[in-house]
Design a binder for this molecule. Structure first.
Ligand code: ATP
Length: 261
């Protein structure tokens, strides 16, 4: 049964691209209103597959997904999505505004964008602090600027759930800092799930750490430590946080063996 404060409810979900070879195996996940999460795990662990299932682009072999109490397909217009950077053709001849307008394409869309579509797209660009880039060619923008345009596109549908796949890949440290600040603002008004290889991300005012490696385990961010990470990745990983404190909380990663694992 749908509980009113659950944004995402996954029950006993199994999915594989090939029969008998599950990428995700009997996973369960509940994300409640007001929570945001970081999805971590090794390459090929199933993180992007989980996002595609949430978007309704893939169908579970077994089990159920409910988003806002509905099927992913029914909830699709309430979900903003930013795909991985390498899935995009950066050279495509299109302006930043036109990229953002793609976020307004609705099911059954046919025809021209309305004035409301253009206003919403400009509002998203403004929110990302890049309204002045609207007429510029997307191909001519820097990695950090493109990333902000793509987040603006995900925001243009005025989502209640935002899914970001590797948003900090391919951007410089300055743009990354800006991104974290933006994320903190967004998560006050919507649920944000972010796939990241960057375990430093975990410390960024995230509520849940969702570890995906065929199985799925959920940890409160404060309880996520080197031991938990090693169990998910099946090897020892480096857990230096972005604020240069250490997961053993000694605050001296340069000297501490714990943080350098
Ligand atoms: N379209 C597809 N057809 C067949 N197999 C696929 C397809 N997409 C992904 N896979 C396989 O499913 C598994 C999970 O892939 P997925 O991309 O979900 O992992 P990931 O955790 O997002 O990895 P990464 O961190 O490298 O992006 C991998 O073994 C991958 O090769």
């Amino acid at each position: 049964m749908h509980t009113s404060d659950a944004i995402i409810e996954i029950r006993e979900l199994t999915f594989g691209y090939d029969a008998g070879n599950p990428v995700l195996d009997s996973i369960n996940l509940t994300v409640k209103r007001g929570q945001s999460g970081c999805i971590v795990g090794p390459n090929g662990g199933g993180k992007s597959t989980l996002l595609r299932l949430l978007l309704g682009l893939l169908t579970p072999d077994r089990g159920t997904i409910r988003i806002f109490g509905e099927s992913p397909a029914a909830a699709r217009l309430r979900i903003g999505y930013m795909p991985q950077y390498h899935q995009l053709d950066g050279a495509f001849p299109i302006t930043a505004l036109e990229v953002v307008l793609q976020g307004r394409i609705r099911r059954g869309f046919w025809g021209w964008y309305t004035a409301a579509d253009r206003a919403a797209a400009m509002a998203s660009l403004e929110e990302m602090g890049i309204a002045s880039l609207a007429p510029r060619s997307f191909a001519a923008l820097s990695g950090g600027q493109r990333q902000r345009v793509l987040i603006a596109r995900a925001l243009a549908c005025e989502p209640q759930l935002l899914l970001l796949d590797e948003p900090t890949a391919n951007i410089d440290p300055g743009a990354e800092e800006q991104f974290y600040a933006t994320l903190n603002i967004l998560r006050r008004r919507m649920t944000v799930l972010t796939v990241s290889h960057d375990l430093g991300f975990v410390n960024r005012e995230i509520d849940l750490v969702i570890c995906v490696n065929r199985q799925l385990t959920v940890h409160q961010a404060g309880a996520f430590n080197a031991e938990t990470a090693n169990a998910v990745y099946h090897h020892e990983v480096n857990l230096i946080q972005h604020d240069h404190s250490c997961f053993c909380s000694c605050k001296h990663p340069e000297e501490c063996g714990e943080g350098r694992k």
